[in-house]
Structure formats: C-alpha cells, structure tokens
Design a protein around this ligand. Structure first.
Ligand SMILES: [Fe+2]
Ligand SMILES: [Fe+2]
Length: 304
C-alpha cells in the first residue's frame, strides 16, 4: 500500500524561507509569557527532532518500492530540513535573549542522537529498528498535522497581537505539515503497516511528547530573565487550561481527539486536515512568497 490515490496528492516542495527574529520579544504574544513559551517548546524540540526525521527517512528511502511514495519521501525530507533550520534560528534567538536552555537542549539531543539513533545495528535488526522509528515518526506527524491545522486557524493569536514574523513561521510550518501529513503514515504502511505496532508507537510517542512539552514550558518560564521574581516564573496547569480556553494554545481535547482518531484501524491522515487551507496560507505567507520570488528583497517586514 502506498499514498492514498483518492486524495489530493500534491508535489511537495521545500521552500527557501527566511525569518528575522532579531526584534522578537520573549513574550512574542504580548503580555502572555506562558502561552509564548508553551509554543516556544517547538524551538527546543524541532531542530534535533526534524533532523532526526531527515536521517531516518533518508535511511528508509532505498527500501521504498513505489516511485510516487519515494517522491513524497524526498519532498518530506526537503521540507523537514528547512523546518529544522528555521526553528534553530528561533532557538538561537532565545539563547541570545538570555534564556539559558542548554540543559534541556542537551537532553533533547541525547534523545534523538543516542536513544533514537541508528545504534550501529546491521541486517534484520537494523531494518526492524528503522521501521520502528518510522512508526514513531508517523505518530509524531499525526500531532504535527493536527497542530498545523490548529495554528492555521488560530485567530486568537492575531487578536492578541502575536509577533507577525513568528506567526508566519508557525503557520508556514503548520501548512507544510498539513501538506505532507500522509507521507510518514504511507511510508510506515509500505514498510510494515501492522496496526498493533502503529498503536504501540503512539503509546510511546504521545506520553513522551506530553512530558517533553510540560518540562520544556516549565524550563523556559523558569529561565526567562524577564520573569525573574514574578509568579509567572512557575508554569502551572491552571495557566495552560486558562490559555487554552482563550484559544492562545491548543487545548487538551485536541490532543485527546487526535489520539482516539489514531487508534482506528482505518485511520488515514488524508481524512483529517484541510490541504486547501494549507495551500491557501502558503500563497499569502510573507516568507513563502519571498522564497518564491527568490528573495529579491528582504522578507516582508524583515529588519534584515
Ligand atoms: Fe516539520
Ligand atoms: Fe512533518
């Protein structure tokens, strides 16, 4: 089985986007450090995480016996590589702003390079470990697609005056996650496809991501120099519930529904998410438009 032939399959392209975060405030949603940092956890996880996606998919590519799927996998690799670089830029900016995230980032590096690395295996063991990791990525990609749909439709962030450069970065990324949401699932299905193994991967990836997100948000709030001596230094569950009710961060039901959806043996990502909405945003994204124009000038609103 390969890419769902009934769905809107589009040629995936990596866009050479650039973002300038030099003027970015640590509370880039003004006056909302908790919500800003909860979303900032992406910058702690994704540079290493998406480089790991690229590594695993590059190793899996020679095993693909379907040219359309191979083309999707190459498109996925190209897009995820640019995502990693873009979030690295945001992470570097956080560090320059005095938020010391070294310890957390080292932990993330260990997870993706050591715990989830290739482990020097050979033969059948190497193949099995590769398929296992593709299954994990398929589970994670279900969340990135759900989050991508959420950020494309998050009017509360505009109303709250969120920084337009950060919002464009998140929405460009979210739109590409929606665009390529089928690829990891199709690759897993092509290489193995067993339901129990897919669910087992979700049982690992879901709680692990939740734990990393809670820890990352706490870490950022505790280390933001602007929050020193304020009660906001302590990130609490009630802050999350409050901000999710206000639409500033994705709510717990979004994740619960995402997991329940994934459990169905008939699950396919094509049935979830709106490719037209993703393509429509990419057509108006300042960074994607500047990339399309070949960066004839700085990205709209860029200080560079
Ligand atoms: Fe991505
Ligand atoms: Fe992705």
């Amino acid at each position: 089985m390969t890419a769902d032939p009934t769905e809107d399959r589009i040629a995936l392209q990596a866009r050479d986007v650039r973002f300038d975060f030099t003027e970015l405030r640590t509370d880039w949603i003004p006056g909302e450090p908790f919500a800003s940092h909860l979303i900032d956890v992406l910058h702690l996880l994704l540079p290493e995480g998406e480089r790991w996606f690229v590594d695993v998919f590059s190793r899996a590519l020679p095993m693909v016996r379907d040219e359309a799927l191979a083309e999707d996998v190459r498109g996925f690799i190209g897009q995820e590589a640019v995502h990693a670089t873009s979030h690295q830029g945001a992470l570097d900016h956080l560090v320059e702003a005095g938020v010391d995230v070294t310890r957390f980032v080292e932990q993330v590096e260990w997870i993706f390079k050591e715990l989830l690395g290739d482990r020097g295996l050979t033969g059948d063991a190497a193949r099995e470990w590769l398929v296992e990791r593709v299954g994990l990525i398929a589970a994670i990609e279900h969340f990135t697609a759900v989050l991508g749909s959420w950020i494309l439709d998050s009017a509360a962030l505009d109303a709250a005056g969120a920084d337009p450069h950060m919002l464009d970065m998140l929405r460009w990324h979210g739109a590409e996650e929606v665009e390529h949401r089928n690829v990891a699932h199709d690759l897993y299905t092509h290489l193995d496809g067993r339901w129990l193994r897919r669910i087992r991967a979700m049982a690992v990836a879901g709680p692990a991501l939740a734990k990393l997100w809670v820890d990352g948000t706490r870490h950022l709030c505790a280390r933001d120099p602007h929050l020193r001596g304020t009660p906001q230094r302590r990130a609490r569950l009630r802050d999350y519930l409050r901000d999710s009710r206000r639409g500033l961060v994705p709510g717990p039901w979004l994740f619960a529904r995402a997991v329940l959806t994934y459990l169905s043996p008939r699950f396919h990502p094509a049935a979830h998410g709106d490719t037209d909405a993703a393509v429509a945003y990419l057509a108006i994204s300042p960074a994607a438009r500047a990339a399309e124009a070949g960066h004839a000038g700085p990205a709209e609103g860029s200080a560079a």
